[in-house]
Design a protein around this ligand. Structure first.
Ligand code: GLC
Length: 427
């Protein structure tokens, strides 16, 4: 199976853990209608400040509850937005006043978050937005809330991207030294996305080479994502989002370590009225589909402005909790298998353990091609019960059984789990 070329960061734990929690939290939780609300509704920074910064006070913030729910869902790492595109900082940064310690809440949010998740055994990563709609030196561009302001071009004359790049450099250096994250998730570059003569932004604007050199110097083993507009090899992981890859992700024809990030609903940030919450079946199948193609799944929650996860998020996490409690063996440390999955199934594999995830329950037999004579034992993961190898009986006399075909005998009724999994122990 594919073995991506080693990169500078240490992804050995990452490809074992497979499953993480993304947390998108910021001032946008107050309007509660998507983390891009400031751009979508073109809310000027000073108005956004007055409306939301001055009212940010998550009185119910309890990261231990979030961490417990993540552990119960069997998530093994977490990535928190330290600063999203709005520019608001969730920690007491020395480089800005636009930070949580200056809001009515008045306290750093990241330290208790990191402590809570590490106490539950999860690794902690940080997301850092390259985009910053608040910073006075961030040039207005295609995504900026002031993009259609009549004076936008003139305003940009006094905005100096090199000063913003220095700000970014200093803040990320501060985050690495203060919180020692296992993952740094930067977002995102858009070179060539020009708008009304205002250019997009890429590696020259961020000074990405210098920025990444600092990151690697301070945290040589950190897992770094791929959104700095640098050559593919500069990243440790590649990060398709809101899409379900159906094969191992390759970049320039080379298989890479990859992580799909997805949302429970249609928004990363808390969105009160967004109703496209995925079903438990979809959530479980997204995880299986991802690992079956050799990837990780980073599933997102968007906390409320009170500092809580809403009931919809807990319900969605509960779907993972209930299924992973019985089936995590088919996810942790597993990857794509070279065997051909049967109809309506997905395969994951770890050494001589081959896991058959059954999406559509067949009538009495499961036909696996290429496995005849290769399996020593078969069992269900949900209850450990043996699954009949080499199913026999007069019924099979009615069909032609291929030389290398393995036919498993199944109960007529589907087991009462969202996706039943059969563990095959290979000879
Ligand atoms: C996109 C969105 C951003 C989100 C990110 C997560 O870049 O713009 O809001 O944080 O996806 O991958």
């Amino acid at each position: 199976m594919y073995q991506p070329k080693p990169t500078q960061g240490d992804t050995s734990w990452f490809v074992q853990d497979r499953f993480g929690m993304f947390v998108h939290w910021g001032l946008y939780a107050l309007p509660s209608r998507h983390e891009w609300v400031q751009s979508i509704e073109k809310i000027a920074p000073d108005i956004y400040y007055e409306k939301y910064f001055k009212h940010f006070n998550p009185t119910h913030y309890d990261p231990r509850a979030w961490a417990k729910a993540a552990r119960e869902a069997r998530m093994k790492y977490v990535v928190l937005t330290s600063k999203h595109h709005e520019g608001f900082c969730l920690w007491d940064s020395a480089y800005t006043d636009y930070k949580v310690t200056n809001t009515p809440y008045g306290k750093d949010l990241i330290t208790p978050f990191a402590e809570a998740f590490r106490a539950e055994g999860l690794r902690v990563g940080l997301y850092y937005s390259l985009i910053d709609w608040h910073h006075p030196d961030f040039p207005i561009d295609i995504f900026h809330p002031l993009r259609d302001h009549p004076e936008a071009a003139k305003m940009n004359e006094s905005r100096h991207i090199e000063r913003y790049a220095e700000y970014m450099y200093n803040q990320v250096e501060e985050l690495l030294q203060r919180f020692d994250p296992s993952v740094l998730w930067c977002d995102f570059s858009y070179p060539g996305r020009d708008y009304k003569g205002m250019p997009g932004k890429g590696h020259q604007d961020w000074q990405s080479e210098k920025f990444l050199a600092m990151i690697r110097r301070i945290s040589p083993r950190i897992v770094m994502n791929n959104r700095l507009d640098l050559p593919a090899a500069a990243a440790d992981i590649h990060t398709p989002e809101q899409i379900q890859p159906t094969e191992w992700v390759k970049v320039n024809g080379e298989p890479v370590v990859w992580e799909a990030c997805q949302t429970f609903s249609g928004s990363w940030g808390y969105h009160r009225d967004e109703e496209t919450w995925k079903s438990p079946e979809q959530l479980i199948m997204m995880l299986i589909n991802t690992v079956a193609c050799g990837g990780n799944l980073l599933m997102n929650v968007g906390p409320t402005s009170l500092g809580t996860l809403d009931q919809r998020a807990y319900k969605a996490l509960g779907a993972y909790r209930d299924w992973m409690a019985l089936h995590s063996a088919s996810i942790y440390g597993c990857t794509q298998s070279e065997f051909t999955p049967p109809q309506d199934c997905r395969l994951t594999q770890k050494g001589n353990k081959l896991y058959v995830h059954i999406y559509a329950w067949p009538f009495r037999h499961l036909h696996l091609y290429g496995l005849g004579g290769k399996v020593e034992y078969a069992r269900f993961l949900h209850d450990g019960s043996e699954v009949a190898l080499e199913a026999n009986g007069w019924e099979l006399e009615q069909i032609r059984v291929g030389e290398d075909e393995l036919i498993l005998g199944l109960p007529v009724r589907k087991p009462d789990v969202i996706v039943p999994v059969i563990e095959l122990t290979l000879k």
